[in-house]
Design a protein around this ligand. Structure first.
Ligand code: AP5
Length: 216
């Protein structure tokens, strides 16, 4: 199963992917996580990506698409497929993904659109905290860690992403509306679009998503 997770920043794409990937035996491929790992490692790619990511802009299409292509071609057959989180993010990326998958004799099966309203995503983004060591995601009120500032999973330190500052969130939302939201129509035309109400609490979102992915 090849699934694209669509939705605005803070809709809960990463949270949903983490919650369902093991049960469905799907690989979670998050371009945001890959780019942040490159930035942390100070690689040439990370250095180039940093200025786009931290300002809330988009990393150039060809750079991200190459990253995803490598990942898809090297992920082997150990899972039932993958959940693409944060990719594609422009119509160009969506077209390129179709081309890459067709060379691999496969295609996207479902684009799951996580519909969420602005006040909800703003509350989620400003309160998000991420583990520096394992990348686990928490929220100061919605999904707090047991001990403030400490990851429940590995004991690592929790931090606020640089792009989760209010001034950068505004730019990310503008970029989403202008460049990413047209992808919804792209998948609608292919009859692959399914929607979940991502304003709901995480367990309900997970159940809705699983129903869709298991039953079509
Ligand atoms: P990326 O990391 O992909 O950021 P994003 O799309 O803005 O998505 P987020 O990670 O912010 O949100 P999410 O929907 O995963 O929400 P989460 O589950 O964490 O990309 C970052 C940057 O990298 C981009 O701005 C760009 O510069 C670059 N980039 C990445 N991909 C690119 C591409 N393809 N092309 C070009 N550039 C690219 O949840 C948010 C919070 O809410 C958490 O605290 C969570 O605990 C909480 N929460 C989640 N669900 C619920 C719920 N149901 N109820 C209550 N709280 C919830």
């Amino acid at each position: 199963m090849k699934v694209v997770l669509l939705g605005p920043p803070g809709a809960g794409k990463g949270t949903l992917a983490a919650a369902i990937k093991d049960g469905l035996n799907l690989l979670h491929i998050s371009t945001g996580d890959i780019l942040r790992a490159e930035m942390k490692g100070g690689t040439p790619l990370g250095l180039e990506a940093k200025r786009y990511v931290e300002s809330g802009g988009l990393v150039p299409d060809e750079l991200v698409t190459r990253l995803v292509e490598n990942k898809l071609k090297n992920c082997g057959g150990t899972t039932n497929g993958y959940l693409l989180d944060g990719f594609p993010r422009t119509v160009q990326q969506a077209e390129d993904l179709d081309k890459i998958l067709s060379t691999m004799k496969t295609q996207v099966d479902c684009a799951l659109y996580m519909e969420a309203t602005l006040p909800v995503v703003l509350q989620r983004l400003t309160g998000r905290r991420v583990c520096k060591s394992c990348g686990a995601v928490f929220h100061v009120t919605n999904m707090p860690s047991q001990k403030e500032g400490v990851c429940d999973k590995c004991g690592g330190e929790l931090y606020q992403r640089a792009d989760d500052k209010e001034e950068t969130i505004k730019n990310r939302m503008d970029v989403y509306v202008k460049s990413t939201s047209p992808i919804i129509e792209f998948y609608n035309k292919q009859n692959k679009l399914k929607k979940v109400n991502a304003d709901k609490e995480s367990q309900e979102v997970k159940e809705m998503a699983l129903r869709i992915l298991k039953n079509g």
